[in-house]
Write a protein that binds this ligand. Structure first.
Ligand code: ZN
Length: 451
């Protein structure tokens, strides 16, 4: 990704071949680039960074962002925007607004829609709706198997060649547990150079599971989801990637053992990447004491030692990036008995603040780290042009700005998402995304999506 410049951007889809960036100027006044050095002015013109300096002025809109942190726009490899099929819980428009408010300029929306995104026409519908909304690039993920049934492969090539330019395939929500199907998927994926993202869950070990298998699930009488159900698939897929190649990606790593396996795979130079969610980096299964369905998620919240291992793995690069697994659900699906609640949590609007809280505000890591794990690495893994790029003159103006003096309290009611299932209700967030810019167009202003 080092040689790409604005001339090779963008390469995704027909509408994006004529990106509707702002044709006027936007001036970001007084931002601290990557949180390093003195405040600078950054002038955006025609969708690219035109000038960086001090005392710049502009005919266009000027945003006074004195002392705020400028980062590349965030990229989320794993969201569920629920369209088509469950527009009552999220749409591409509301999900895009949620993404813009969270600082994201590109998201990948999973294929477990209704109907399933298993053919070019649904993928193109999602892609064009995202482009029409124009708050965030919404890349559809194609399913690996037709109808997510785990039997027949979809047409990777046709989806990759469609206007949606599908570059990632996943049966997320379900695991491709059949090793023969996974082997065929890898072999097919290599010919069309697409990424396969695996939801690692051996289904025969989790048939009735609703919570992490451990002391808490035993005490609360909840059916357990053992670590081995995840780790056995991670191990199998690491070995498949070693022997068959391809590009494999592990969704939402959640256990200490998965970290050990990833470490082993990276030491062998196996082409395997991985993501972790903010909730697995912060919360443990002790939250389940409340029996509140908002804490049901798949894979489940684990234990403190898993949280510690995941944090260290992200710092060390054993886990490559953060992905939110933003999963909106209606209140009737969450406010019910714990074992009837649908798994999944909102994530887009709180992720930057949580990652800052866990890693940066305590002085452990710097803002470059955030740029790496929330923008640069996900863009590299998905081979996504134009995003996760350096902040430099001539680069695409896909950016976000973080106000470290704007503490706020998370309330589902106030989010841009159509759903309310945030596990952080009432929690103080230490920083806020004030501004997001997509190809020079301001998509979030003063913390609110520009709808
Ligand atoms: Zn999943």
């Amino acid at each position: 990704m080092t040689s790409q410049n604005q001339n090779s951007y963008p390469a995704t889809g027909t509408l994006a071949d004529h990106p509707r960036g702002a044709d006027s100027e936007v001036l970001l006044k007084g931002v601290v680039i990557y949180g390093e050095g003195e405040p600078q002015d950054v002038l955006l013109r025609d969708g690219v960074i035109a000038e960086i300096g001090s005392g710049l002025s502009s005919e266009g809109e000027t945003l006074d962002l004195q002392g705020q942190i400028l980062l590349p726009g965030l990229v989320d490899m794993h969201v569920h925007l629920r369209e088509p099929g469950r527009e009552d819980t999220e749409t591409i428009a509301t999900g895009s607004a949620s993404a813009a408010q969270g600082g994201f300029t590109a998201v990948f929306t999973m294929a477990n829609t209704a109907p399933v995104t298993d053919n070019p026409s649904i993928a193109e519908t999602v892609w064009f709706k995202g482009q029409n909304t124009n708050l965030c690039d919404v890349h559809p993920v194609g399913s690996i198997s037709k109808g997510l049934e785990g039997k027949d492969l979809t047409e990777f090539g046709m989806m990759a060649d469609s206007d949606a330019k599908v570059r990632m395939f996943s049966d997320d929500g379900k695991c491709v547990d059949d090793p023969r199907l996974m082997r065929r998927a890898i072999e097919y994926s290599k010919g069309v150079d697409v990424l396969l993202a695996q939801h690692c869950e051996e289904p025969r070990l989790t048939e009735t599971a609703v919570a992490h298998e451990g002391a808490t699930s035993a005490r609360l009488g909840l059916s357990g989801w053992p670590r081995v159900a995840e780790e056995s698939i991670v191990a199998r897929d690491a070995i498949m990637a070693r022997d068959y190649g391809g590009r494999l990606h592990i969704c939402h790593a959640s256990t200490e053992g998965t970290v050990e396996l990833l470490k082993w795979a990276k030491e062998q130079d196996i082409p395997l990447t991985a993501e972790v969610t903010p909730h697995h980096l912060l919360l443990t299964d002790e939250k389940l004491e409340s029996y509140d369905g908002v804490y049901r998620v798949n894979p489940p919240l684990r234990e403190q030692r898993d949280v510690q291992a995941l944090r260290q793995a992200l710092i060390d690069g054993v886990i490559d990036c953060v992905a939110t697994d933003h999963a909106p659900h209606g209140s009737e699906e969450k406010c019910c008995e714990f074992d009837r609640a649908r798994p999944g949590m909102l994530g887009l609007e709180t992720s930057l603040a949580l990652i800052a809280q866990i890693f940066v505000l305590n002085g452990d890591q710097d803002w470059r780290f955030v740029a790496r794990v929330m923008s640069e690495r996900p863009a590299e893994i998905t081979k996504l042009p134009g995003h996760g790029r350096p902040i430099a003159v001539g680069e695409p103006a896909n950016l976000c700005v973080v106000d470290t003096s704007d503490e706020w309290v998370a309330y589902g009611e106030e989010m841009a998402s159509k759903s309310r299932n945030t596990p952080y209700e009432g929690m103080t967030m230490p920083v806020r995304v004030s501004t997001t810019v997509l190809r020079g167009k301001v998509t979030c202003r003063d913390g609110k999506a520009s709808v």
